[in-house]
Design a protein around this ligand. Structure first.
Ligand SMILES: [Zn+2]
Ligand SMILES: [Zn+2]
Length: 334
């Protein structure tokens, strides 16, 4: 029985209907009937072959929510009909030091849900059942889907470095930033939103920011110097990173979760004398994803998403490509 979806057949091309034969269900695999799938910026990078690793036809989509429709004989803890979420990672070796230590997202043999295999812009998807996560009841599917990649991307560095007493700044209020503001506020932090769009002040407050700083306002930026313990940068452009390091207090951390093409020009002395650190982070572990989903349900943390029918995938991908989504796009099988 074939699975129908929408795939790109060349870089930047419009997605077209595509179907494939999934073959026999593996012993650890689940088949999930997709009800919702978010569109992440990484999907657009894959469609456009920005990273030079795309294999066509490319059936993308890795922020998936759906119902288990079949489970292999070795699958534990999931049954037919269960509502689950699936993110960027679809499998790992589960035997190396990282996997055994619960850090599967560091595994050298990890599989990505929609890289070299068909993902979630489809009626169904198959993954290792150990990478499909039961969703808490209180979390609606269209609010949950973007948490599976966008949400965990910011949750991971916040979980590691933000404490209730921390002063946290989020650079960029978009698909990632809007989650970071909500999580940081729910963690009990003092939250500052930095944006180049002055008109986002009200929205930032609604997402949990105590303070809004327009980055084009030199006086406001100067006033922010030395004020934060943690800065989470969600933007995809190169910034004056040395200037951003000055916004941190001694011991502060700059966490990068948005990919940029350039290099970080930060003086060694800035780190040495300021006792500051820069780190990068992608996605998160399986246990962190489960924890995040529970936490999001408990604190009503939701994706602000535009929900459109799966058939409108091309228009939705274009909105993400052009940075117009407020703040995530979610496809729905109706
Ligand atoms: Zn491994
Ligand atoms: Zn993603």
């Amino acid at each position: 029985m074939s699975i129908k979806g929408f795939a790109a057949f060349g870089p930047g091309e419009k997605l077209k209907p595509f179907s494939y034969e999934p073959g026999l269900l593996g012993p650890h695999e689940v088949e999930v009937e997709v009800t919702h799938c978010g569109i992440c910026r990484s999907d657009v990078h894959l469609i456009d072959n920005d990273w030079g690793i795309t294999k066509y036809p490319a059936l993308c989509g890795h922020e998936i929510v759906g119902k288990v429709s079949a489970a292999g004989p070795e699958v534990k803890g999931l049954s037919k009909g269960d509502r689950v979420g699936i993110g960027w990672q679809a499998g790992s070796c589960l035997a190396c030091e990282w996997c055994v230590g619960g850090q599967e997202n560091r595994c050298a043999e990890q599989a990505a849900t929609c890289l070299g295999r068909p993902g979630g812009f489809a009626e169904a998807v198959r993954v290792d059942g150990r990478f499909a996560f039961p969703l808490p009841k209180g979390l609606e599917s269209h609010h949950a889907a973007p948490l599976l990649c966008g949400g965990i991307t910011v949750y991971t560095p916040l979980r590691a470095h933000a404490h209730p007493w921390s002063r946290v700044g989020v650079i960029g209020i978009g698909g990632l930033g809007h989650f970071a503001l909500q999580f940081a506020r729910a963690f009990g932090c003092e939250v500052t939103a930095f944006s180049s769009s002055k008109d986002k002040e009200g929205e930032a407050a609604g997402l949990g920011a105590h303070r809004f700083v327009p980055v084009s306002d030199a006086a406001a930026m100067k006033k922010a110097a030395g004020s934060l313990d943690l800065l989470v940068s969600t933007v995809h452009v190169d910034l004056d990173w040395e200037a951003w390091m000055r916004v941190l207090r001694p011991g502060g951390v700059l966490a990068l979760v948005g990919a940029t093409d350039g290099k970080l020009n930060i003086a060694a002395d800035t780190l040495l004398l300021g006792k500051k650190a820069v780190l990068g982070s992608t996605i998160g572990t399986r246990s962190a994803i489960r924890e995040m989903l529970e936490f999001a349900a408990r604190h009503a943390i939701k994706a602000r998403a535009e929900v459109v029918p799966m058939a409108q995938v091309n228009a939705a991908v274009d909105r993400v490509r052009q940075g117009k989504a407020r703040y995530r796009m979610v496809l729905e099988n109706r």
